[in-house]
Design a protein around this ligand. Structure first.
Ligand code: NAD
Length: 298
């Protein structure tokens, strides 16, 4: 296939490489030229650099994928006279894997429908390690036939490709899961800190929680207390995981979506405020499990 890829950052770059590893031809664009060169130099025969989203959209590709930071970037790349929609043939399908608010995905789907074009929202979980290993989970919203049509392509970058329903539902699954993760991480951090302050050994405490009713992914797979588990960010200075600022972004998407749906999310809102405080302290670059530092003596 001839595939366009816009957004070659921490996630997009390894995802693009996995498409290239499978033999596809890529036309790529990123506002950072160095990111384009880094991908192009690995497969000079099969990677073309494009000058803009407009030029890429005009290249008559089979599929364009986007992996951008947030809703504003996605809107700027898709909409307006220089955007994908204004310059793309209806034969080119579109897949946006950025994590953005469900309403923006639904707005884009409406534009696509008006132009007889296909767009799927397909945000991912699994982090940069999953992007490199090709083991991401894709949560896909949009037309089911189109999901089935592109499932094999997404399988080159992920191992779970899950259909979530109509447009925007991929984003709904993603932001709701991450809201729960933010809440459960804070609960685990609070409980671990209290238990240790009251005299428990952290590993013994984690062992009890993990065989009792308090067990969750944050306690048994990604424990925030340093030294409890090996090979997790808390045991290497909270480096190299899922940044607290990215968690803050996803909590913001969840609380905004909740406002629009008039659905109360008191714990999600509290988690957002606490991650906001953490970010203001200049710690947003640390892994999100570092939130435990708010509950510990420094
Ligand atoms: P990133 O900031 O590393 O990459 C984004 C890329 O988009 C950058 O290379 C940037 O230069 C490029 N870009 C920005 N504006 C652009 C524009 N107008 N045109 C073209 N390129 C543009 O971010 P990332 O970590 O790769 O994340 C991408 C998306 O995936 C985000 O929505 C994020 O929430 C989501 N996500 C990230 C992770 C993670 O662990 N990093 C995990 C799951 C989902």
């Amino acid at each position: 296939m001839n595939i366009g890829f816009i957004g070659l950052g921490n996630m997009g770059s390894p995802m693009a490489i996995n498409l290239l590893n499978a033999g596809h031809h890529l036309t790529v664009f990123d506002i950072v030229e160095a990111s384009v060169h880094q991908v192009a130099e690995q497969y000079p025969q099969r990677v073309k650099a494009s000058a803009s989203p407009k030029a890429l959209a005009q290249a008559e590709l089979d599929l364009i994928m986007t992996m951008l930071p947030a809703s504003a970037h996605v809107r700027s790349v898709y909409l307006g006279p220089d955007g994908i929609f204004a310059n793309c043939s209806s034969k080119t399908a579109l897949i946006d894997s950025s994590t953005i608010d469900p309403q923006t995905s639904r707005d884009l789907a409406k534009v696509a429908q008006d132009q007889q074009m296909v767009i799927l929202d397909a945000p991912v979980s699994g982090g940069t390690a999953g992007a490199q290993a090709g083991t991401l989970t894709f949560m896909v919203g949009g037309d089911e036939q189109q999901y089935l049509r592109f499932k094999d392509i997404l399988s080159l970058m992920g191992k779970n490709i899950v259909y979530c329903g109509g447009s925007g539902n991929g984003q709904v699954a993603k932001v709701v899961n991450n809201m729960l993760l933010g809440i459960s991480m804070m609960g685990t951090a609070e409980a671990m800190s209290l238990g240790v302050s009251l005299g428990m050994d952290p590993k013994t405490l984690a062992g009890i929680i993990n065989t009792s009713s308090g067990r969750c992914w944050s306690s048994d797979t990604y424990n925030p207390f340093p030294g409890v588990l090996e090979n997790v960010p808390s045991s290497r200075g909270y480096s190299g995981g899922f940044g607290a600022d990215l968690m803050l972004k996803d909590l913001g998407l969840a609380t905004e979506a909740a406002k629009a749906a008039q659905q109360p999310v008191p714990l999600g809102s509290l988690a957002q405020q606490i991650y906001q405080t953490f970010s203001l302290q200049g710690k947003g670059h640390l892994d999100f499990s570092a939130i435990i530092q708010l509950f510990q003596k420094q």
